[in-house]
Ligand binder design. Structure first.
Ligand code: 13P
Ligand code: SF4
Length: 360
């Protein structure tokens, strides 16, 4: 589509309040290039009656300037289900777009880049889950939403980092398989008496942070308040002052305003929160998620213009996957923080341990 992207006086006027929000993160010399994209996206969104739902890890230009809804994985799932718009543009990664499609099958769900994957989603397949179920017959499978629809289809119920403990306890059993994040599973095991069987998946962003690094930051920065995501290792969480989902961390900082904070999670989140709490000082160890960063203003605009890339899920996978996601949504929990207890020993399975063919 031949759209003129010019920084006209009208564009400057319409985007001025947005510049105010992100001026710390978008250099003023770049604004004449960025503002026309923002303006075009917001106009096209209105014309097509589309919504953009963005994860907390999106960059400030997307998070503050074009998103209609922002949140953690659980909040995005609810928003996808509740929106009245016929078109959802998912500014996040592929599993989030699939979750939106599962909850809103009649809507058009677009993901601006097909390369926006996730190391956790790639760590496990539906075949792995079938083998795990053979190894542990009758044990319910609880699946983190950071998985493909194929894996969800093999699961009893889904969870996110903010509701994992409640979801597991809602089942009324004494043992569950919790897939695929080994660290999340160990951290959840520390919060419940339910025995957890884990899978050896890792988030490539959170596994890079170490407890030693946190101790170093604390030593160098008096009064530092450390908030960490439960996809970090249990050793790291033992060094943190607060653990919760991305929205849990944001809520804590906005409500309690610790004067100096460090968010041990994906890098852009500090920028997004800092723009809203100027009185809080942020110490920023920066680990970027390369998958989240595949989404840009440019490809969001193309996505809306060309209606690409549409997320589709074959019905034989969508029906059982939807059941698992819907069951999570029906449990009606809004999220809880992690208390930081000691993790018990957890069995961690992997492909070699469930698949004799892979082991040989
Ligand atoms: P939240 O559900 O806490 O937002 O975390 C999900 C995540 O890791 C996204 O990559
Ligand atoms: Fe996946 Fe980690 Fe990136 Fe989230 S931050 S999308 S869990 S790789």
């Amino acid at each position: 589509m031949d759209r003129k992207l010019e920084y006209t006086p009208a564009v400057a006027r319409a985007t001025a309040p947005l510049l105010e929000k992100v001026k710390e993160f978008v250099p003023p010399v770049e604004w004449p290039l960025v503002a026309p994209l923002i303006y075009a996206i917001n106009e096209l969104k209105k014309a097509k009656r589309a919504v953009i739902i963005a994860h907390n890890y999106q960059t400030p230009d997307i998070f503050h300037c074009v998103a209609d809804f922002v949140g953690d994985s659980l909040q995005l799932a609810f928003q996808a289900r509740e929106t009245e718009s016929e078109i959802i543009v998912q500014a996040g990664v592929h599993f989030m777009a699939e979750t939106s499609k599962l909850l809103s099958p009649e809507k058009t769900v677009l993901i601006p880049s097909l390369e926006a994957g996730c190391s956790l989603a790639e760590s496990v397949t539906g075949h792995d889950v079938r083998l795990l179920k053979e190894k542990y017959p009758g044990i319910p499978v609880v699946t983190y939403v950071n998985t493909s629809a194929d894996v969800k289809a093999e699961s009893d119920i889904c969870c996110t980092s903010s509701n994992a403990v409640d979801i597991i306890e809602s089942l009324g059993v004494d043992r569950v398989i919790l897939l695929p994040d080994e660290y999340l599973s160990k951290n959840v095991a520390a919060e419940t008496d339910v025995e957890i069987i884990a899978w050896q998946g890792r988030c490539e962003v959170h596994e890079r942070f170490t407890a030693e690094e946190i101790r170093g930051y604390r030593k160098a920065t008096p009064g530092l308040f450390v908030l960490a995501h439960p996809e970090c290792s249990p050793e790291l969480l033992a060094e943190a002052d607060y653990t919760g989902s991305t929205s849990g961390m944001i809520r804590y900082v906005k409500d309690r305003r610790p004067p100096r904070v460090m968010l041990v999670t994906e890098c852009s989140m500090s920028d997004n929160v800092a723009a809203e709490v100027p009185d809080v000082e942020f110490v920023r160890p920066c680990n970027l998620c390369p998958h989240m960063k595949r989404i840009t203003l440019e490809n969001i605009l193309q996505s809306l213009e060309l209606m690409r890339y549409e997320v589709t899920i074959p019905e034989d996978i969508a029906a059982p996957a939807r059941r698992a996601v819907q069951r999570m949504v029906d449990v009606h929990v809004t999220g809880r923080d992690y208390g930081g207890g000691m993790a018990p020993e957890v069995v961690v399975e992997d492909r070699a341990s469930v698949d004799p063919a892979a082991a040989s």
